[in-house]
Design a binder for this molecule. Structure first.
Ligand SMILES: [Mn+2]
Length: 327
């Protein structure tokens, strides 16, 4: 989809006050996008506030996001509300209903499988990150990108492409990044804190859970019960992208992480290599997502749950190995 670069500016110029909203469990693309739009609106002298109904992970605390608030507010008092990087209305959290009630909203996003729309939509599902759309919007506004803004846009592109290794990485993500480098983006800082640094806590957890990795028919997986996590003093949020690490082990075709969130209720996170499709498995377990990264939920006795999930993974591997036919 071609982005109408001027549309954004036309709508923003008419507003006196703007609220910018990102999604719950904010990642680098969400934080970069919220920040970029926030600073952009401020440049046009709009009264601007930014909101996310969640805490910001300690992983991103090396940057200052103190202007992003999580308090309850009356969104209707703003002339314009802009959501960025939010695919699903439920990810707006407590701001969801007011967003829908508002008569002047812009949705800027790059996800497919979406259910959130505004009165104006600037959506490009082909973009690897929302920050790439916002980069084009800024070009349309003919505004200069300073070092801080270049760093924030770089954060978004790097985070959503897994530092340029995920399959969504394309020539445009590299092209924009090269421009951001020239504008002074602090890529060393982002790469160190987001992609290289392993916290002492994370290291201790990994030492333990590496011993729990199971391998079965091309499937690598780890199951973590509530009692195990409580005993070892960590939660699923401390695990970062561990499910990707499982997939990167030699011989792994599908990986999954199963973590108990309440007694007998397990969250599932799936990954797979190229031609498999874990979104099909996730759908069976009341979830969904992308072909290569999906999530769901399973309930019951832990051993029965593991069996059910492994069975579906094996079916997906066999389906692929039988030339796409169901078995
Ligand atoms: Mn994104």
């Amino acid at each position: 989809m071609k982005i109408n670069k001027k549309l954004f500016l036309k709508i923003v110029k008419k507003a006196k006050s703007v609220a910018v909203i990102g999604h719950q469990s904010p990642d680098g693309d969400c934080l970069g996008s919220v920040s970029a739009i926030y600073f952009l609106c401020k440049k046009y002298k709009k009264i601007t506030d930014a909101f996310i109904d969640d805490d910001i992970s300690s992983k991103y605390k090396f940057l200052n996001f103190s202007y992003i608030k999580s308090e309850s507010i009356d969104l209707l008092k703003y002339d314009l509300v802009i959501s960025v990087d939010v695919a699903s209305a439920k990810l707006l959290g407590k701001y969801k209903q007011q967003f829908y009630n508002h008569k002047n909203t812009i949705v800027i996003d790059h996800h497919s499988n979406r259910d959130l729309y505004g009165t104006t939509n600037i959506i490009d599902e082909k973009k690897a990150s929302c920050c790439q759309i916002i980069y084009e919007i800024i070009q349309g506004c003919k505004l200069k990108i300073d070092k801080n803004l270049a760093t924030l846009l770089y954060l978004g592109i790097a985070d959503d492409t897994g530092c340029f290794v995920h399959d969504n990485t394309d020539s445009q993500s590299h092209l924009i990044t090269s421009k951001l480098f020239k504008l002074g983006a602090d890529f060393k800082k982002i790469n160190y804190y987001v992609f290289k640094l392993v916290s002492a806590k994370s290291f201790e957890i990994k030492k333990k859970i590496y011993n729990l990795i199971q391998f079965n028919y091309g499937i690598r997986y780890v199951v973590l019960t509530l009692s195990y996590m409580e005993k070892n003093n960590f939660t699923k949020h401390d695990l970062g992208d561990f499910v990707n690490e499982l997939l990167n082990l030699e011989g792994s075709k599908i990986s999954f992480l199963m973590t108990e969130k309440q007694s007998g209720v397990f969250s599932l996170s799936f990954r797979c290599i190229d031609s498999y499709d874990v979104s099909k498995i996730a759908q069976i377990f009341n979830g969904g997502g992308h072909k290569e990264a999906s999530g769901g939920e399973v309930r019951g006795n832990v051993d029965d749950c593991i069996k059910k999930v492994i069975n579906e993974c094996i079916k997906e591997i066999r389906r692929k190995e039988n030339g796409g036919k169901n078995v």
